[in-house]
Write a protein that binds this ligand. Structure first.
Ligand code: BEZ
Length: 213
């Protein structure tokens, strides 16, 4: 029988804290309270898709910083593997990876996050991304197979959308992009339905994106 393992995290859960070695020294997840955080797992160092993701994310680091959003990467590889890989990325692509890359050789973090099945031999297929709010609450999560790299533009869009809808007053519609119209959170009373100007305005009404930085 596989050993018991925590269930995968659900949206709205407080994410488990951890302290671990990284390429920027020992970090604790609690250090990131008060900021948005994208915590992303990659299957393995020295692999092609993961390398392309690291190059793209390092090049977009300023755009995440402008959203007051930190980036933290993690995998089962050791710290020394991470360091050697970052050196190769620097030499081959001329890109410095300055966000922390955490080591998780014992799978302690992967298991705490429910990232891997209890009976999995390793965490080699996890390409999971956690979008964590300033209170340490999981707001969105994506899971990609090892064979498909994540879209950095989509990661940025999710962070900005989460920031926009945080007040509860608006929603991000299909294909929303920063600067385009949002939707007003619908009313949930008969008054809202009956007093609205148009028949559908109580549940479908656009509002400009005024919060673009
Ligand atoms: C990659 O990132 O290219 C990769 C990682 C694990 C398995 C296969 C591909």
């Amino acid at each position: 029988m596989p050993s018991a393992s925590p269930a995968p995290l659900r949206l709205g859960d407080e994410v488990p804290s951890f302290t671990a070695r990284s390429t920027q020294g020992t970090i604790s997840l609690s250090d990131y309270r008060g900021r948005w955080l994208v915590l992303f797992a990659h299957p393995a160092d020295f692999t092609p898709v993961c390398t392309s993701e690291f190059v793209a994310l390092a090049q977009a680091a300023d755009r995440f910083a402008a959203l007051d959003c930190a980036l933290v990467a993690m995998s089962v590889d050791s710290l020394y593997s991470h360091l050697a890989w970052l050196r190769l990325i620097h030499d081959r692509f001329g890109v410095r990876v300055d966000f922390p890359v955490v080591e998780d050789p014992s799978l302690e973090i992967a298991r705490a996050y429910g990232m891997i099945a209890p009976d999995a031999a390793d965490a080699g297929t996890a390409r999971t991304t956690y979008f964590i709010d300033p209170n340490g609450i999981l707001r969105a999560c994506t899971d990609y197979p090892a064979t498909i790299g994540r879209s950095v533009e989509e990661m940025l869009r999710v962070v900005e959308a989460l920031q926009r809808v945080e007040s509860g007053k608006c929603l991000a519609p299909a294909n929303w992009s920063p600067g385009s119209a949002l939707l007003t959170t619908p009313g949930n009373t008969a008054d809202a339905a009956l007093n609205a100007k148009g028949a559908s305005d109580w549940f479908y009404s656009e509002t400009p994106d005024r919060n673009r930085k």
